[in-house]
Design a protein around this ligand. Sequence first.
Ligand code: G1P
Length: 297
Amino acid sequence: MEKRVTKAIIPAAGLGTRFLPATKAMPKEMLPILNKPTIQYIVEEAVESGIEDIIIVTGKGKRAIEDHFDNNFELEENLLKKEKFELLEEVRASSRVEIHYIRQKEAKGLGHAIWCARKFIGNEPFAVLLGDDIVQAKKPCLKQLIDQYNQLKASIIGIQQVPIEDTHRYGIIEPTSKSNRSYRVKSFVEKPKKGTAPSSLAILGRYILTPEIFPLLGEHNVGKGGEIQLTDAIQQLNNIQKVYAYEFEGKRYDVGEMLGFIRTTMEFALDNQEFGLEVEKMMTELLLKRNIMSFEN
Ligand code: G1P
């Protein structure tokens, strides 16, 4: 029988140094955009895409993630007593998916984190979702990639155009041909030096991979930044079987750095059905006040 994509890996072992001191005692994945931790947006996308089992690769100081997706009896009782049924439903929803945990004992990079989950995945195609990229789309981003996988039966890497001056921050593809949104790829390059990127099509945190990637990751080749890079193993995989890139539809938010995080929070607040208009008013007032003050000075 043909193998479906039912498992996903979410690496969450990173140190979160960009958000210190907030991340000194709290995992960066628990930083909220409005009232939801960033990792919950990622888990929800996986579930909406039909994923049945999620493995989160954690590290030191990440217990709050496990607690978040666990049942919280006291909190549920409390909400029930106060008849806060909507909130109760939200709290319960975050513990309904089957989530497993494994620890990455050393910070050896993204490629190593994925390799740590190999026994959980076994000999099946699987998904990877990175927590720094939230994607809002009509059809969930991961579902778009899974649909492609079902047609092509090959690894698919989610990409989008980024400004050329930002290419050094991402894995970049060198495409050879294109059909609709799907690309054949000559090479995958991790964070090319400024001015050397083969295109401005960047890998943006969503992957469908075949299990043949694991022996390649297991070679533990060290790449950019002294880390075992997933992009390098994908490039090796591309030499032995077809790997496609797919330009997914939707808006991607970078919550892995401070300015992206602030922007995402502002946009989500403005788009919020309950208080979006209030927020718009608030922002306009703030800006007007600042303009008036700069005229006065
Ligand atoms: C990782 C990947 C990179 C990808 C990026 C997307 O980099 O290594 O190829 O483009 O995620 O967010 P990181 O941002 O973890 O350094």
